[in-house]
Write a protein that binds this ligand. Structure first.
Ligand code: PLP
Length: 359
């Protein structure tokens, strides 16, 4: 819990904490600061609207519910944060998965295939891309991959509307923060048929998971399309969570304005720490031949185990040896975000030995 976040939160007036937000779409100053924060260092300049949501979860789930009807299909990565599938199931949506990787790159061809498959039964495409700092692999699409993806979405837009849900939950832990939003310049090239919803989370940025606060940032070429989406997002907010904690929004504004430099400095310490932990783990993994998915930055590294039954057995065996990981599709996730450097040393070799003993 960052001091630069919570020292101020603690002294916020009780009446501010008790008060309703000033709008179901969020407080105006929060909405403005989120836009500036999310797009800093990029030249994204499309018409836009920011809707305050309960964390990134609220932003992703309300996107699915807004743009798709029950029985329709949302496109998800095959290796992903498990909640995406849960959200789809809760909304009675079907899912089609694209493969995240082709070798050590983002699998654009698989995204294309997924879009083509969905186009057989519906005109509208909703595609979830979790980058930068993908959970669970730590992958970030390169600027080139974003350009190619944008072209692909514009092409798909010729068949029907396309909504890109870009989950940026971990963006503020990118290793090159100054460049972390540069890829958003691509969104300026969206055709009239493509809309973006950038899902932002204060849970990670401010280390405040329990103080439910985040945002859905809607961008599109036509102001009227943004406005139409904004209206539905506002109604969904009113009908589900009502409003976002007033003091959480006020605190975000205060941190990124009054406390910006000290906050960034405090956060950087933890980015550096995570880089140290992941570097130790990855270096040793390479040395001992423990295969991982391509990691670039962020909280997690995932060991590649394509056979899910075997992954389950390895996961159980790791636990018997007091190595606590998370089982994901086609792999086993190691949380570098909670792994002390001294425990990172030797971990890869221990995991490799255990994995090798499981058939
Ligand atoms: N997206 C991803 C990939 C996540 O891992 C998480 C949280 O773990 C979230 C979004 C949303 O978290 P929150 O709703 O707390 O902002």
């Amino acid at each position: 819990a960052f001091d630069t976040v919570f020292d101020h939160y603690d002294v916020i007036d009780h009446r501010t904490k008790a008060a309703y937000a000033s709008s179901f779409t969020g407080n105006p100053d929060y909405r403005k600061e989120v836009w500036d924060w999310v797009t800093q260092g990029s030249s994204l300049n499309l018409p836009h609207s920011v809707i305050a949501t309960p964390g990134g979860t609220g932003a992703v789930s309300t996107s699915m519910v807004t743009f798709l009807d029950a029985g329709q299909t949302v496109i998800l990565p095959d290796i992903a944060w498990g909640s995406y599938s849960l959200m789809a199931a809760q909304d009675n949506l079907k899912t089609v998965k694209y493969q995240m990787f082709e070798g050590d790159h983002f699998n654009l061809a698989s995204v294309k295939n997924a879009i083509e498959e969905v186009h057989k039964t519906q005109d509208r495409i909703v595609l979830v891309v979790n980058s930068p700092c993908h959970n669970p692999t730590g992958y970030s699409l390169s600027d080139e991959e974003w350009k190619e993806l944008t072209d692909l979405l514009n092409e798909a837009g010729k068949t029907g509307p396309v909504i890109l849900v870009n989950d940026i939950a971990y963006i503020d832990y990118s290793y090159n923060l100054a460049h972390s939003r540069a890829y958003m310049d691509c969104f300026n090239q969206f055709s009239d048929q493509v809309m973006g919803v950038i899902c932002f989370s204060c849970s990670k940025t401010l280390t405040s998971y329990g103080l439910r606060c985040g945002a859905a940032v809607i961008v599109a070429k036509q102001e009227s399309d943004v406005r139409d989406a904004e209206i539905v997002f506002e109604k969904n907010a009113r009908a589900t969570w009502s409003n976002i904690p007033n003091a959480a929004m006020k605190n975000f504004v205060w941190v990124v304005t009054e406390k910006r430099d000290t906050f960034l400095k405090e956060k950087q310490k933890y980015i550096d720490l995570m880089k140290e932990r992941s570097s130790v783990f990855l270096k040793e993994a390479e040395e001992c031949g423990l295969e991982t998915y391509p990691y670039k930055e962020g909280f997690f590294v995932t060991i590649k185990v394509e056979d899910n039954d075997r992954a389950e057995r390895i996961h159980a065996e790791l636990m018997k040896n007091h190595i606590y990981t998370v089982l994901v599709n086609k792999g086993i996730r190691v949380a570098c975000c909670s792994l002390p450097v001294k425990k990172a040393h030797g971990l890869a070799a221990r995991m490799k030995k255990i994995a090798d003993s499981v058939h």
